[in-house]
Design a protein. Structure first.
Length: 142
């Protein structure tokens, strides 16, 4: 049995030493543990030091939304778990997931010509509608 069976795979998008982790006291349930132990994690990731291409950064900023500050720092808060280690891993996993998702370029839509049958259906609908509207006119008595 190897020693790294429980180990998570490496994070390909994260640069070593760029992310800054701060540990604070979490809110919510947890009894005395919440009041005594700093388990919540605030991850700060300066986008200028991330070494990403400009279009990748643009997609990441759009994906992150309000979590990017005016100083261009991405801030993620993790306090789902009662363990500092689990919250740390959760924050790093979420950051890696955001980086991976923003790395994918959206495919451009290729404009296609409407099919013959769809054009016919459209014209039939227009003809039917114009007939309904034509019947709405004033009634003429001869």
């Amino acid at each position: 049995m190897t020693g790294d069976a429980g180990r998570k795979p490496a994070r390909p998008f994260l640069r070593e030493g760029v992310a800054e982790l701060r540990f604070t006291r979490a809110s919510g349930p947890g009894g005395q543990n919440v009041n005594k132990v700093s388990t919540a994690v605030e991850l700060r990731y300066p986008l200028a030091l991330a070494g990403l291409s400009e279009d990748h950064l643009q997609r990441l900023r759009k994906l992150a939304g309000d979590r990017v500050t005016q100083e261009d720092v991405l801030i993620l808060k993790a306090d789902r778990f009662r363990s500092q280690l689990l919250n740390r891993e959760d924050a790093l996993d979420r950051l890696e997931e955001m980086l991976a998702k923003s790395a994918i370029r959206p495919q451009k839509r290729i404009a296609t010509k409407p099919t013959w049958s769809s054009q016919q259906k459209r014209l039939e609908g227009k003809t039917k509608r114009s007939g309904i509207k034509a019947g709405r006119g004033a009634v003429k008595f001869d």
